[in-house]
Design a protein. Structure first.
Length: 78
């Protein structure tokens, strides 16, 4: 993994470029005297959902569309 170091004062003009670098796996270090920060891509990318991947693995309960009992609507506050 490569690393790029940038001064915080240069950040506004280069932010878009630095975000692209971080997204591609480059570690971006931002320094301002004694303060240091690191700009990195998120550790987990969102997983792609594939509908119909496991047909029949889930079924609805037979009473799914039945009316709910009256005491359900009272809840804990009723």
């Amino acid at each position: 993994m490569s690393t790029v170091t940038v001064d915080v004062r240069d950040l506004p003009g280069k932010l878009s470029e630095l975000v692209s670098l971080a997204a591609s796996g480059t570690e971006v270090i931002v320094q301002d005297g004694t303060t240091t920060a690191k700009l990195v891509a998120p550790a987990l990318a969102p997983r792609k959902v594939i509908l119909g991947m496991h047909p029949g693995s889930m079924t609805m309960a037979p009473d799914f569309n039945d009316p709910l009992p009256d005491d359900f609507w009272g809840g804990a506050f009723g």
